[in-house]
Design a protein around this ligand. Structure first.
Ligand SMILES: *Cc1c(COP(=O)(O)O)cnc(C)c1O
Length: 429
């Protein structure tokens, strides 16, 4: 008998967890411990040799954190996953085994503002660099790849403005040039989009956002599809050749589909230490239990708010891919069939000044640098998250000075619309 394939709604509650073997506790306990007692000297040696899987020290693995990694891995359809201290840590952890001094990545121009800064500035300190390309221009994407390129990076539903990446097409280019595709699936979540099914090698998340869902945690996750052949091109020696940082273990030859995951724990978490804490993992596990219910409501509200805004004479345009007027609307059914997310931008007539007034007059919306909360959130990207960029970069990133970004929550849609209505009245008076 073949095992019945459980639905997403069931997996979000059960995957990666069972009743606690020690106590029978039904909910995943918070294992608030740093270290784990070895049975004997031989057991300890086997754990350190990766000959037996078990817990050593919570910088590497912890039962609560592992439960979360296994659950998100199941929801994304991956082979293995690693939890990290933040979404930004997850991005570094995803790149770490692939990169080296002098190596580069090709990244989409449409990214979260913080990722733009991480990739355009901070990674240079490691000798890494990024080339930014419009991922709708597949020829330009392919042309940007050189001998030192080690990965292609994009977001599924991209920040800040209602853009959907054609993952199948981008994965086609990645395949052709023999490189891994890394997809940041934060804004979509695995409920709306499953990047591995579209050819992604690695999926990264900021668990800070929809996965936890209520703005209580900073966390990140990397999921590996287990499908990339790290040995074929000779470009990924940390994975394909004896790793000097782990007494000469050749991870891919020895561990196959689990090579990336084990390298990320045994070398990445061990030496970079970007570990998620068990308390944070517990909150995220709680959040994920209701992910599908929340995302359905986020999407329904976002569509109603976007439709209302689009008809309003005070608004220039709305960039929500769920609207038929969006140039990316035709990608929704294929890339994120359950909806285009709840993150979009709109341009206010009256430009920068009207945007600032709008932000200062909202009452229900919170003016915060966050997204993916149960609460509706608003921010003027050009004066905050995208402030470090030039105006040209801001426009390219969908964060022009006359644009505000909203993350639509799960309140009643009528209340969300009423708040925007009164704030727009004050802003354009
Ligand atoms: C928030 C966010 C990040 C960074 O995550 P942190 O948890 O804040 O470090 C990366 N990518 C996207 C799309 C995000 O929304």
């Amino acid at each position: 008998m073949t095992e019945r394939q459980l639905a997403f709604e069931t997996l979000q509650i059960h995957a990666g967890t069972a009743a606690d073997p020690a106590t029978g506790a039904r909910q995943v306990p918070i294992y608030q411990t740093t270290a784990y007692v070895f049975r004997d000297a031989d057991h300890a040696a086997k754990l350190f040799n990766l000959q037996e899987i078990g817990y050593i020290y919570s910088r590497l693995t912890n039962p609560t954190v592992s439960a979360l990694a296994n659950r998100v891995c199941a929801l994304e359809g991956g082979a293995g996953a690693i939890c990290c201290s933040s979404g930004h840590a997850a991005q570094i952890m995803a790149l770490f085994p692939l990169m080296g001094p002098g190596k580069n990545i090709i990244a989409s121009t449409r990214l979260y503002g913080g990722t733009m800064t991480q990739f355009s500035q901070t990674i240079k300190r490691f000798g890494w660099s990024a080339k930014f390309v419009d991922f709708d221009d597949l020829a330009a994407l392919e042309a940007a790849v050189d001998d030192d390129t080690r990965a292609i990076f994009c977001e599924s539903i991209a920040n800040p403005g209602g853009y959907i990446t054609d993952l199948d097409a981008v994965a086609g280019v990645a395949d052709k040039v023999g490189l891994p595709l890394i997809v940041d699936n934060t804004s979509a979540t695995p409920y709306l989009c499953r990047p591995i099914e579209h050819g992604a090698t690695l999926v990264v998340h900021s668990a800070t956002k929809y996965l936890t869902g209520n703005g209580t945690v900073t966390g990140g996750i990397v999921v590996d599809s287990g499908k990339f052949d790290w040995s074929k091109s000779g470009k990924f020696p940390s994975l394909s050749e004896p790793e000097p940082a782990y007494h000469g273990l050749a991870f891919h030859p020895a561990l196959g589909a689990m090579a990336f995951t084990f390298h990320s724990i045994a070398v990445g978490l061990r030496d970079l230490g970007m570990t998620m804490n068990p308390q944070g993992a517990h909150y995220t596990l709680m959040g994920i239990e209701t992910l599908s219910l929340r995302m359905d409501r986020h999407v329904e509200n976002a569509r109603k708010v976007a439709e209302w805004l689009e008809k309003d004479p005070r608004i220039d345009y709305v960039t929500y891919a769920g609207l038929p007027s969006s140039p990316y609307h035709h990608r929704v059914a294929r890339i994120c069939p359950k909806g285009a997310g709840a993150l979009f931008t709109f341009a206010v007539k009256g430009g920068y000044d009207a945007c600032v007034k709008l932000i200062d007059n909202v009452k229900l919306f919170s003016h915060v640098a966050n997204l993916g909360d149960t609460r509706s959130l608003i921010i003027h990207s050009a004066s905050t998250t995208h402030r470090q960029l030039t105006e040209e970069q801001q426009i390219k990133a969908g964060a022009a000075p006359n644009v505000v970004r909203v993350s639509i929550g799960i309140e009643h849609a009528d209340d969300i619309i009423a708040d925007l209505d009164q704030a727009l009245a004050a802003a354009t008076a």
